[in-house]
Design a protein around this ligand. Structure first.
Ligand code: GCO
Ligand code: MG
Length: 402
């Protein structure tokens, strides 16, 4: 079998998504997610201008060789744009293999290690009472794991809290939104949020929280220590992770589990974090970390150190990534949890999918491949609409980590 076409589809059903569609001479097609929030067209161009021409004539079954060819063959290794493009190819090729063999992806990987995939949802509020209401709704919906984010008193804006009543969506159209940040105010306030959750709901749900790269290592250590009584499932991205050794400082002070990796795109970004056991959960995901072929490598390496997976799953990764991730999660032996934010209805219409949600757990379904397709006519009704992620500034105007 040979690849005869590779097309890039950019669409905005509620938000922007980039999808790669690969077609074979036998008429089988596979799709992969290539969405990099706020930088979508860079990946679309990388694929269209530099990768698609190389795919024509290749055997779609040579998945590993194609991965190595695109990674080593570019000479310029790693980086979010390159690795997202490679991931889309990889996801589409696994999809084709599944369709050709008639097997769902999780079976190709080695079969299910569990009955279903535990997902965590987002409970967010402008203040503690509102956040607790959202938390209660998640318990009601059956979630066993819930992330909580909340507005901080006297701080203009904060990561993870929606402005209106709708779904949280950080990317904005037009001008880049400027948010403000004070680590001091946050650190004084946030333990009270967790205390309120545990006081009201007890310890039966897994409690998660995203620090979104805002603290220094010693501040993160202080946070982790101060929230130990509330026994979080994890504190996410407590500090930027370019300097992996920086996490030693956090580890020396606290037993609060740490999850990192949503901005990682290669095993090299987390090698030290994993082998020194500086984290508990690796959050790299298929779309940004080289697809199934590479994420499997990361997960296998992590398993040697009892680090479990906690794949990133925001609404800015498409339903294609969600489907493929659920197959991966169902198989991966060292699974921790999967993030699930949900999607706007228009996005679900553009991407018909076999995956399903049921009371806090998900299943990828039994369709061959990853079980997600694209309705191109529907996609064409939603043209690309540029949007940017916000930036954060300290209260004196210094640009900070968003
Ligand atoms: C998460 C993430 C997201 C990111 C977003 C950026 O934990 O889900 O932090 O909310 O901010 O994916 O595009
Ligand atoms: Mg995050």
């Amino acid at each position: 079998m040979k690849i005869v076409r590779a097309d890039v589809i950019v669409t905005c059903p509620g938000r922007n998504f980039v999808t790669l569609k690969i077609v074979t001479d036998e008429g089988v097609h596979g799709i992969g997610d290539a969405t990099l929030n706020g930088r979508e067209l860079a990946v679309a161009s990388y694929l269209k201008d530099h990768v698609c021409p190389l795919l024509i004539g290749r055997d779609p079954g040579c998945i590993e060789d194609t991965w190595q060819y695109l990674y080593k063959g570019a000479y310029w290794r790693r980086g979010p744009v390159t690795m997202t493009a490679i991931a889309a190819v990889d996801m589409a090729l696994w999809d084709i293999l599944g369709k050709v063999t008639g097997m769902p992806l999780y079976k190709l990987l080695g079969g299910a290690s569990r009955e279903s995939v535990m997902v965590y949802g987002h409970a967010t509020g402008r203040d503690i009472p509102e956040a607790l209401d959202r938390y209660a709704e998640h318990i009601e919906a059956g979630y066993q794991a819930i992330r909580i984010q909340c507005g901080v008193p006297n701080m203009r804006s904060v990561y993870g809290v929606s402005k209106g009543s709708g779904m949280y969506e950080p990317a904005t159209k037009g001008a880049v939104e400027e948010q403000s940040w004070s680590s001091e105010k946050y650190l004084d306030f946030v333990p009270k949020l967790f205390e309120a959750v545990r006081d009201k709901f007890g310890f039966d749900t897994h409690l998660l929280h995203d620090v979104h790269h805002r603290l220094t290592p010693i501040e993160a250590a202080r946070l982790g220590k101060s929230i130990e009584p509330y026994r979080l499932f994890w504190m996410e991205d407590p500090t930027p992770a370019e300097n992996q050794a920086g996490f030693r400082l956090i580890r020396e002070h606290t037993v609060t589990p740490i999850a990192v990796g949503e901005v990682f795109n290669s095993i090299w970004d987390c090698k030290q974090l994993i082998e020194e056991q500086l984290i508990d959960y690796i959050r790299a995901t298929l779309t940004h970390a080289g697809g199934i072929t590479h994420l499997r490598r990361i997960a296998d390496f992590a398993s040697l150190y009892q680090v479990r997976t906690g794949c990133h799953g925001p609404s800015d990764l498409s339903p294609v990534c969600m489907g493929a991730a659920l197959h991966f999660d169902l198989w991966v032996p060292n699974f921790g949890v999967q993030e699930y934010m949900g999607f706007p209805q228009e996005a679900l219409d553009v991407f018909p999918h076999a995956w399903r949600f049921e009371r806090g757990t998900m299943h990828p379904g039994e369709a061959p491949g990853h079980g997600v397709d694209i309705d191109e006519a529907a996609a064409a009704r939603y043209p690309y609409d540029p949007a940017y992620l916000p930036v954060a500034r300290l209260e004196d105007g210094t640009l900070w980590n968003w």
